[in-house]
Ligand binder design. Structure first.
Ligand code: PEP
Ligand code: MN
Length: 360
């Protein structure tokens, strides 16, 4: 028996409608693409409607190209489709209340590696808020290399993090490790973090495609940029378009640092994809004394945000203390970033909160 496999790489396409195309014309194109067997996704263009046709469809793109209201039909040659710049030229901006990730402002997410106690969470939240962070980070479900290490406080930790974030008007990002945790983590967090070890947990990614809470997808420690974007595609193809990517260092032959932060991945991904790119200099280096330099370099390279570990007492942290900044170091870093960001046309928490008299 001869098995014919459709070549999705050739078939997938982006249909760019003319400026001023009518809704009826757009609907007719969508209907024909559905008839051809494609999954159809619409992208938010500034002036025109852009339609992505992906999946197992067949048909002659020329049939679409001659329809009324169609400007052009482009083939998408990259294996990732919805994540690609061909599908959406404009940057994705993820809006969470008054926080916009992927816009002009560099958004800083900071906090401890893990929630340990109400006091530790509160003291760290106060410190990061005062220095200008917009999002509070902290783990409650922890992916640890050793089963004997601290595994996180679970739901109790989530509550601590969420209450502290609310008290200080911070959004919350925390990790979700498995499908069963999604409902409870979604209840408390504004952003769901997928850890490096889970970047290729495809069933988790598929399930995150079904929710609408923004997802921060960390790069796997030995993942290529293409594999990373394919993982993002799993979430996007489920319908959740609120995905940001996080470079957190990859494994190389170098052992001086915990990982090698691939700063070049920032401009590379920004060229290939419209998704916001966040840099994590904490896991990227594993050393507190190298975090600020890599954070500054990340912002200079164009990162849309940073994920930084800060602890009120890093010497006694239960996880990742060696790479966690003291509050004073974080405050100094934020001051430096406020000089670097405008040099490349970005802003960063324009006015230091401390100067507005927040509990100094
Ligand atoms: C973390 O952010 O604390 C974490 C465990 O990160 P990663 O998945 O990058 O190791
Ligand atoms: Mn950590």
């Amino acid at each position: 028996m001869k098995v014919v496999v459709a070549n999705a790489e050739v078939q997938d396409m982006v249909v760019v409608m003319k400026e001023g195309a009518t809704q009826a014309q757009v609907d007719a194109v969508v209907a024909q693409l559905h008839e051809m067997g494609f999954d159809v996704h619409r992208a938010a263009g500034a002036n025109r409607t852009v339609i992505g046709a992906v999946g197992a469809g067949h048909g002659d793109p020329a049939l679409i190209g001659v329809r009324d209201g169609v400007h052009e039909v482009l083939r998408i040659s990259e294996p990732y489709k919805l994540a690609s710049r061909s599908f959406q030229r404009e940057n994705t901006v993820i809006t969470i209340g008054d926080v916009r990730i992927g816009g002009d402002e560099v958004v800083v997410m900071a906090g401890p590696c893990s929630a340990e106690s109400p006091e530790q969470v509160e003291a760290t939240a106060v410190a990061v808020k005062r220095a200008g962070a917009k999002v509070f980070r902290g783990g409650a479900f922890k992916p640890r290399s050793s089963p004997y290490s601290f595994q996180g406080l679970g739901e109790t930790g989530l509550r601590m993090l969420s209450e502290a974030a609310d008290r200080h008007d911070l959004k919350l990002i925390t990790e979700v490790m498995e499908i069963a945790q999604i409902p409870v983590v979604e209840q408390f967090a504004h952003i769901l973090q997928v850890g490096a070890r889970n970047m290729q947990n495809y069933s988790l990614l598929r399930e995150l495609g079904r929710v609408r809470t923004p997802v921060l997808l960390k790069r796997g420690m030995s993942a290529t940029i293409e594999e990373w974007l394919m993982s993002a595609e799993y979430i996007l193809s489920g319908g959740n378009m609120n995905v940001m990517l996080c470079e957190r260092g990859i494994r190389t032959f170098e052992s001086y640092t915990r990982n090698t932060l691939d700063i070049s991945a920032i401009p590379v991904v920004q060229q290939l994809s419209h998704l916001p790119v966040i840099s994590d200099p904490s896991h990227g280096t594993g050393r507190r004394d190298k975090v600020a330099a890599m954070a500054r370099a990340s912002v200079a390279a164009g990162a849309d945000g940073l994920l930084v570990e800060v602890h009120c007492d890093p010497d006694h942290a239960v996880s990742d203390g060696a790479q966690s900044l003291f509050p004073k170091q974080f405050e100094q870093l934020m001051g430096e970033l406020r000089i670097i960001a405008p040099a490349i046309g970005r802003s960063i928490c324009v006015e230091p909160v401390a100067r507005r008299g927040w509990g100094r």
